[in-house]
Design a protein around this ligand. Structure first.
Ligand SMILES: [Zn+2]
Ligand SMILES: [Zn+2]
Length: 329
């Protein structure tokens, strides 16, 4: 079978490998398409220390197994560490993710534990490809504990930010979304945001006043940070109300600088969100309810042979790039 191997920074080779064979408790998934996200772009560029190259990337996996379309939950946990013993295997200290730590799905087929292949009846290959990022967004929204009627702010209108916007709105929260690109920020309205604005770095005083006014005079009580940019974390902690909650789901290796008095003075809850905790069935249901939005997220499709181009496109971070799919057959 054909496999796309990331052999070194910015280098992908298409090679022939023997097809894998499913063992006890495993299923063979015939891969249809693989979504590309920021993590993939960082791995490809050699900027993701947890991944060692050569590696077969691909963790947002849609395919066929046992005569039905499935989406694959790509994260494995050890079952023994503190997180696992606390029922939070999604944050396992020895978490291993297909396509990130282990060889993934940029191949004609992949073998996975049967319990990780979730049937996605009624979803097209395109919409099914949005399930994995939707699970990430749902996890961030669960971590936000946003009550109905809360004023929630989402920073970053990439796929995760947009899906989190919709999931917060589904919970009954009222959502504002900011992005440095005006077109991307505006796109959040389709996903349920009432207030959107282009903000590059920190919002100016006029933007702060407009946001506070929208949010009942005080500001958002919940913020989901979906960019991974230090300026966005600073903005989140700055804009959130006293006793509010900030969830960071955007990942980067950049270092943030914060005044030490900020968290205690406002008594903020600052929490991270990692992978997703048993949320694949909920994510499948979420995508089924929001099919048109899922279709809307997918902006590019490239064949397996053009995997390197797909990673380069994701790495460039152009505002017109939403979800990129690599189509395998
Ligand atoms: Zn991803
Ligand atoms: Zn563990």
């Amino acid at each position: 079978m054909r496999v796309a191997v990331t052999t070194g920074p910015n280098r992908v080779e298409i090679v022939e490998r023997p097809a894998p064979v499913a063992g006890e408790g495993q299923v063979l998934v015939r891969v249809e398409c693989v979504g590309v996200c920021g993590t993939d772009a960082h791995i490809w560029a050699g900027e993701y220390p947890a991944s060692s190259l050569p590696l077969v990337q691909g963790h947002e996996i849609t395919g066929w197994a046992g005569g039905e379309r499935v989406v694959v939950e790509p994260a494995f946990s050890c079952g023994r560490c503190h997180a696992c013993r606390s029922g939070r295997a999604n944050a396992c200290a020895r978490s291993a993710v297909l396509g990130v730590h282990l060889d993934g799905a940029l191949a004609e087929s992949v073998v996975v534990p049967a319990a990780h292949a979730h049937p996605a009846p009624g979803l097209s290959a395109t919409t099914a490809a949005v399930v994995e990022p939707a699970a990430i967004a749902l996890q961030a929204v669960e971590r936000s504990l946003a009550p109905a009627e809360a004023f929630a702010l989402v920073l970053g209108c990439g796929p995760i930010g947009l899906l989190a916007t919709r999931a917060l709105a589904d919970r009954g929260a009222r959502v504002a979304a900011l992005d440095r690109d005006p077109t991307r920020a505006e796109r959040a309205r389709r996903f349920g945001a009432e207030f959107t604005a282009p903000v590059d770095g920190r919002p100016d005083s006029r933007q702060r006043a407009a946001l506070a006014e929208w949010a009942g005079g005080e500001g958002p009580s919940v913020v989901v940070e979906a960019t991974g940019a230090p300026a966005a974390l600073a903005t989140a902690l700055d804009l959130v109300v006293s006793a509010g909650r900030v969830v960071t789901v955007g990942i980067s290796a950049a270092e943030a600088r914060l005044p030490m008095n900020l968290l205690p003075y406002k008594e903020l809850d600052l929490v991270g969100s990692r992978n997703s905790r048993a949320l694949f069935p909920a994510a499948i249901d979420f995508v089924r309810r929001h099919r048109a939005l899922a279709e809307d997220l997918v902006t590019h499709r490239l064949p397996l042979a053009r995997t390197a181009e797909a990673f380069a496109l994701a790495h460039h971070g152009d505002a017109a790039v939403g979800k990129i799919l690599i189509e395998v057959p």
